[in-house]
Write a protein that binds this ligand. Structure first.
Ligand SMILES: *Cc1c(COP(=O)(O)O)cnc(C)c1O
Length: 442
């Protein structure tokens, strides 16, 4: 499949070229030339399919011909090794638990898929260096997703004082092809250093650079897979006569997850509505209500992975509805909330339903509570991270201690290893040049 830029000022590229490039040079986003429809036979078989098989069927039209059928099957089997269960919380409200992967957040899916694609596209002796600036969660998902992947070196830049201990451990304890560098500066400084490296022509002669930003198509497209899997699990548990469409509430920041869900619907998945659920960073719910799209500086909230003031996947949402914002509003509903109701929901659902929400999933849950009585469908919210990733906040809310899942526990016992540089481009390129000179293991 070819991909065009949503700004239409850059050439169309193949899947392989779009993955390596990351962003089109006109600063739009890569978007698939066609959205294929899956046949009725796929949906009939879906309740009985496992995740790797669903992933293969859904992704094959997009990756052909750059990834062979056998390679795609192998990649899907390696990526989707953990369960993504649908759990009933109460009545017609269900939670899609996306936190059973190695770093306990949904970003594991996209990061793992992208790493395998990049590996398929590189040749021994000509490694690709992936640069990532992180404020916490992306770094851990990318580091763990790329760990041990051949011909790919990963450099993670993070603000020295800006990430939590558990986050830092998730990307500084791995070794192998993962290198972490603490910058004496903020997240914005880290991002700035990475951008400077991408526009550095001298550096480009010595190393092949790539970005694992969340707008890369190889991180975005695999997120469709779990919407199909959610519907399949729900359908399997229903008596024959119920209506087939469900509503998804998607806790959103950059809106990659929501845009992936809408694309799944365009491929034929029976979805009645999507709810764009946010914290106080409510640019999209405001747009849905008023028609004005006004990005604003982000404000900090308890659901901090969604503290985004200028959602970078928004152009894909419009493109999915053919730039018709009336069509978009018929399918996508808005919801936003403050921190206080999030805390009340976490406490209440824990006490009454014996189910522990994380602050992001809690926003999806609240959105369904508000909308479901009128919508009259089954509601599924995306539980985007494990509550233990936000241990301090959750323990304060529910008033008891939280056990860490085994994946997170494992990181606590390993020593952190990271380089440290001042916030200065020369120091950063010195690190990169040293890597280029010490010829990497092939
Ligand atoms: C990244 C993230 C989100 C936001 O997802 P988008 O695709 O950027 O909208 C929500 N919850 C958690 C826990 C995240 O890490």
């Amino acid at each position: 499949m070819n991909f065009y830029s949503t700004n239409h000022q850059a050439p169309e590229l193949s899947f392989k070229e779009a993955v390596i490039k990351g962003l089109p040079q006109d600063k739009g986003l890569f978007f698939p030339k066609e959205i294929p429809s899956l046949p009725a036979s796929f949906f009939e078989a879906l309740p009985g399919m496992d995740l790797p098989e669903i992933a293969f069927q859904v992704l094959q039209p997009f990756t052909t011909p750059d990834i062979s059928e056998a390679d795609l099957r192998a990649i899907c089997a390696e990526v989707f090794t953990f369960p993504i269960p649908l759990k009933q919380v109460k009545g017609n409200i269900y939670s899609l638990e996306l936190f059973h992967g190695p770093t306990c957040a949904f970003k594991d899916v996209g990061a793992r898929f992208m790493s395998r694609c990049l590996q398929a596209f590189t040749t021994p002796g000509k490694p690709v260096t992936v640069l990532v600036a992180t404020s916490g969660d992306t770094g851990s998902a990318v580091a763990n997703g790329f760990l041990g992947v051949e011909n790919v070196e990963v450099v993670i830049l993070y603000p020295k004082e800006g990430v939590s201990d558990i986050q830092e451990r998730q990307f500084t304890t791995l070794g192998q092809n993962i290198r972490a560098v603490a910058v004496e500066g903020t997240f914005d400084d880290c991002q700035h250093l990475v951008k400077q490296a991408f526009s550095d022509e001298a550096l480009a002669k010595d190393m092949q650079l790539s970005s694992a930003n969340s707008i890369n198509v190889a991180r975005w497209l695999p997120q469709m897979v779990y919407y199909f899997h959610a519907w399949g699990q729900w359908r399997k548990a229903q008596p024959q006569e119920v209506s087939d469409a469900v509503t998804f509430a998607v806790p959103s920041g950059n809106f990659g997850n929501l845009a992936a869900g809408v694309q799944a619907q365009r491929m034929g998945l029976p979805v009645r509505y999507f709810i764009a659920a946010t914290n106080r960073n409510k640019v999209v719910p405001d747009y849905l209500e008023t028609g004005n799209y006004t990005p604003a500086p982000s404000v900090p909230t308890i659901a901090n992975a969604m503290d985004v003031g200028s959602p970078n996947n928004f152009p894909r949402m419009l493109e999915l509805f053919g730039q018709d914002d009336k069509a978009l509003k018929e399918t996508v509903k808005g919801y936003w909330t403050d921190d206080a109701p999030i805390k009340t929901a976490i406490r209440g659902v824990n006490e009454k339903e014996d189910y522990l929400l994380d602050p992001h999933g809690a926003i999806g849950y609240l959105a369904l509570e508000q909308y479901l009585p009128a919508l009259q469908t089954t509601g599924i919210f995306l539980e985007t991270a494990h509550p233990a990733k936000f241990r301090e906040s959750i323990e304060a809310i529910v008033g008891s201690e939280l056990a860490l899942p085994a994946q997170l526990q494992a990181f606590l016992n390993k020593p952190k290893k990271a380089g440290s540089i001042p916030n200065d481009y020369g120091s950063f390129t010195a690190v990169l040049q040293e890597m280029a000179n010490t010829s990497p293991a092939s």
